[in-house]
Each structure stands twice: as C-alpha cells, then as structure tokens.
Design a protein around this ligand. Structure first.
Ligand code: ATP
Length: 328
C-alpha cells in the first residue's frame, strides 16, 4: 500500500454517459472503505480551476446507481489546455490536500489529465466514460451498452412506420470517429445498410445494394448512418441523392441526437461502472499512476494512459461482413 495517498478526488469530463454516476459512487465507496477521503469536483476539469470541490461520503452517493448523466456535472474546459489554467487547478488540489485524481471521461479528458499528472507529479487514473466505445485498451466504455439499447428501441419503432408505408429511413446515430454504435445497432435492429466512419462504401455501392433490396422484394429499408460516415455527404444531402436516384420509396431522415446519451444505465453499464470505479481506487492504493482502468475479456485491466490516448481501437471489420450477409 502506498501510504502517501490519503485524499483523492473524482470528476467527470467531456460528454456525459449513462453509468457515470455509478462509477462515481464506486470510487467514493471504495475510497471510504479504504479509509481515504474522497472529494467530488463539479464541472469537470474546469471545476478544478474554479475550486468547485466537495467532500463526498457513502451517503452522498445514494440513489445514484440508476440515474443517467452525472451529478458532478461535466464540462469542456479551454482554460485547462493552458499552463496557467492547470497551475490554478494544482493550487486548488494543494489547498484541499488532494494527492491523487480519478478522471471519468474520454480520450480528450485523459490527455488533459495525463499532461497535468506529468506536470505536477500527481497520480492520475482514468475511467473510460463515453457512449462511443472509441477508447483503445478497453473492450467497453461506460454508457455504450445503454446507448445501444436506446438506439435499437428507437429503430424498432421507426421500422413499424417504415414498413407500413414503403419508406426508406436514414437514421443518424452518434459516432464521429467510431462506427461501433452504428454497426452494432444496425445488426441488432436489422438494418439494410450501415454507414460507418471507418469504411467508405461509396454511393455507387450503396445504390446498387438498395436496388438489389428492392428487386428482392423488400418494400421498406432502414439505413443506419454514423455521424462521421465517410460517404462524404451529410445525412440530408444523402437522402436527397437517394430520392433522385431510387424510385418507389419515400425517403425520410431521423437524427436520434442526444436521446442516445440519456436514460437510466443498463445493468451491464452499472456493473461495468462499479467494477471500473472500484478498480481505479485499488490502482491508486497500489501506487499506480497514469493508467486507465479498462475491461478486457471480462477481466479488469490496468492500461497505460498513453495506450488509451494515442492508439486507435481496432475496428471489427468482420461485423461489416456479418451485416452484409444478413441484409440480403
Ligand atoms: P468525449 O468522448 O465525450 O468527447 P472527451 O474526454 O474526449 O469526451 P474532450 O472535449 O475531447 O472530451 O476533452 C475534455 C476536456 O479535456 C477538454 O475540454 C479539455 O479541458 C481537456 N483536454 C483535452 N485535450 C487537452 C490537452 N491537449 N491539454 C489539456 N487539456 C485537454
């Protein structure tokens, strides 16, 4: 045990995701379980600069495991990107005698926290919290499973109306850089086509596939489109293109937007968040610094923060093959 660590702080940063509350709860309770003091920092990294600290105990985090979002609030902070901002943040950590930090967020938050940890020799542990599942070194991020379920439920509803009216629906889902949400919900909801940022399928290939679907007797279609798909058109322009080049369907667009981030976390996300939160405090007690706690093959793992920040997660192209086969 590293006896130097007595007081830790936890914050959530970047986009919120369902399960962040469960992770905070686990961090607080494992800290107190090990006789450490635990502070919550409100408003993410900006809150560290603005001195928004509050000591948390086991009862401060009750009735939270089932709640989406993050009660500590999340924020993006331009000031934290400056040396002056980080220096003010460090002064506040010193003021509260905090000697280690748990940051729940995405790779941007990990980058900021890693620079800060290096500059001021503060142990930092990251917990991957983002619905996009785009962080290398962990099979899953907190919130991803809940977002998948939200999206599949929405597409199921869209399918009912699509099939009643010979409609072709383009459904935009989140994922500027990663197609995990599109690909998995596309397969789960039985979409005809799935457009992801990792592969440019091209409009010719898309039109050929839609024409083949029509010839094979399909009277409605659903195309799931990642925000960042490589086909080079925004979703409305893509809808117009299809309208012009494909007869017989009414083409509609649905952008699911922020409903994908909200809602009560799934059981999987609650358990994942709890295991990662406990793992983060365990790691600090073991004297670890600059690591992320992840999950790999069902086991909790400690990964260097650099691996999480700089290495791109490998995209499972076999899922595209599977999607192609089942959409004939
Ligand atoms: P999401 O996946 O939801 O976008 P994220 O953690 O990647 O989450 P970002 O907006 O990229 O979200 O980063 C969150 C915050 O991390 C930024 O607002 C900034 O305060 C901090 N940050 C990001 N990059 C740096 C950097 N190079 N130096 C210092 N701080 C940074």
């Amino acid at each position: 045990m590293n006896n130097e660590i007595k007081n830790i702080a936890v914050l959530t940063s970047g986009g919120d995701s369902p399960g962040m509350n469960a992770a905070i709860r686990a961090v607080v309770r494992n800290a107190v379980y090990n006789n450490l003091k635990c502070y919550g920092i409100y408003q993410g990294l900006q809150g560290m600069i603005d001195d928004e600290f509050s000591e948390l105990g086991p009862r401060s985090v009750r009735n939270l495991i089932n709640r989406g979002g993050t009660f500590l609030k999340s924020a993006r902070s331009e000031e934290f990107k400056t040396k002056e901002g980080r220096s003010r943040a460090y002064e506040n950590l010193k003021k509260h005698a905090i000697d280690a930090l748990v940051v729940i967020g995405g790779d941007g938050s990990f980058t900021g926290a890693s620079i800060f940890g290096e500059e001021y020799d503060i142990p930092v542990v990251g917990i991957p919290g983002t619905i996009d599942n785009d962080i290398n070194g962990t099979d899953y991020t907190i919130g991803y499973d809940t977002a998948l379920n939200t999206v599949v439920e929405a597409i199921d509803k869209i399918r009912d109306t699509a099939s009643s009216h010979n409609r072709l629906f383009l459904v935009e889902v989140m994922g500027r850089d990663a197609g995990d949400i599109a690909l998995n919900t596309g397969i789960g909801a039985g979409a005809e086509e799935i457009l992801v940022p990792e592969e440019d399928l091209g409009t010719d290939r898309l039109m050929e596939s839609l024409n083949n679907s029509k010839k094979s007797g399909k009277t409605s279609s659903i195309i799931v489109v990642s925000e960042g798909d490589q086909i080079g058109k925004n979703i409305t322009a893509l809808a117009d293109y299809i309208k012009t080049n494909l007869e017989g369907y009414e083409v509609k667009v649905t952008v699911l937007g922020h409903i994908q981030r909200g809602g009560s976390p799934s059981c999987y996300d609650r358990v994942l968040a709890t295991r990662l939160g406990v793992g983060a405090v365990d790691a600090l007690i073991e004297g670890k610094k600059k690591i992320m706690i992840g999950i790999s093959h069902k086991k909790i793992v400690q990964v260097p923060l650099e691996t999480a920040i700089y290495n791109k997660k490998v995209f499972d192209t076999d899922l595209l093959r599977v999607a192609d086969i089942v959409s004939i």
